[in-house]
Design a protein around this ligand. Sequence first.
Ligand SMILES: Nc1ncnc2c1ncn2[C@@H]1O[C@H](COP(=O)(O)OP(=O)(O)OP(=O)(O)O)[C@@H](O)[C@H]1O
Ligand SMILES: [Mg+2]
Length: 485
Amino acid sequence: MMQGKALIIGNGFINGIELSTVFKNQELNLELVHVRTAKEGLEVLDEDTEFRAIILMGRHPDMELTELIQRIKEKTSLPVIVVNNEMDKETMFRILDMGAYAWQNDKRHIEALPLIVQCAITKYELESERTEKEKLISESRRQWMAIFDGITDFIFVTDDKYNIVKINQALASYFKKTPRELIGEKCYQLFKCDPDTCKISTALPSETSQTYETTMDGRIYQVSLYHLYDRIPLIIHYMKDITELIRLKNQLYHAEKLTSLGLLVSGVAHEINNPLTGVIAYAELLMMKTGDENIKNELKKILQSADRCKRIVENLLTFSRQREPVKSLESINSIIERAIDLRAYWLRASNIEVIKDFGEAPSLLVDAQQMQQVILNILLNAEQAILEAKRKKGQIMFTTRYIPKSQRIRITITDNGTGIPEENLSKIFDPFFTTKPVGIGTGLGLSISHGIVTEHGGIIWADNPPQGGARITIELPVKTEKGGS
Ligand SMILES: Nc1ncnc2c1ncn2[C@@H]1O[C@H](COP(=O)(O)OP(=O)(O)OP(=O)(O)O)[C@@H](O)[C@H]1O
Ligand SMILES: [Mg+2]
């Protein structure tokens, strides 16, 4: 049985019968609140919020019927039922237009009113419930989309015909498009891959999710495929950029390798150092003693070879990091300047232009000598690569930038030399890895540099920029503890 209150504005007596009796007889247990004037009715509406319907009966001496409806509608969306037998057609249509119910009643069938009120209330409440639900659904859809688009990893959903049915903002922005523009596109066209070797085709029949790695613009992504069963089978592609992770893993692996190798190398280098000093000393002594030019020439060759051995041993000792770094606050830009100055003559002689794109950077706590050695090693490699590529005009560009987010300084050294073959990129920091002829390279420059950078809490890596040549990047933390390594 329907309960609650209904507000009646106007004449509550019909043919001498009070309306509440009519409602009770029809088993509609609504409490009827009865007021005579429009003004009173509007006041009651302001005070009482428990009404479920408003019934306007007969005439209202203080207000036009349509104006009263208008005023009620401004206050509430409750159903308004107008019962009047003096309405002309035009008024009736206006009332209907305003969203109220109009019942032209000659009072003979007033017992039907409770049923009309009941229907109006039920309809109104069902509709309100529906709009409430729709509101909730659209709100949760909006929230879901905001989450989907807020994820910075790339996500897209395809159907079994490779059509993109959903794509998040991050991935769409990567392709410089909006998600709407990309929906309906074939995913293999977007990613420029071959549908025949596509992982989706093999993923579809299987129930479990799959993971594979792929590269895009030099970055490595781990792609996870998940099944989503809607009306049609769908696949969710979740692409996570794991470039940094892999780089860190490699750095760690490399650091471990260097530590054990360093121990071995430093032992061997020390052992060689002593007899080598003897070889050099005795060769020099013999040079002084003999007057024979032939013997002198041969001794010179011994000395030259021994010198080269000495340089290698010195490199080996540096590589095994015998010396503790002595750190002080330094400007990375001036360390680079000094390294370039040291090579200025050779750079000019080889027609290599050096471009310095230095950004404002805070001072770093570093061992200036070691850091200069790192820059020199990289600079020498760049010079050698430019000469090998036989460039008419060589170019080496130094960039420094402070990255506030990570509190690191990033240094990049880009050349227009031969570039580093893709398969060597993971090996160039290994000790003794060299592609240079015997006598030119020992393969220690970059591994020494790697050791120094790691010791300073930084990272170093290499890649080939799209325009050709090679690029070495170093990142050094600005906040470093003063003192040893
Ligand atoms: N800028 C570059 N362009 C092309 N290849 C490079 C560049 N820098 C390094 N390489 C490659 O990396 C290898 C290792 O470099 P690294 O400096 O460690 O040793 P090296 O230059 O061969 O010898 P060393 O530095 O001990 O004289 C080089 O042999 C070369 O193949
Ligand atoms: Mg080198």
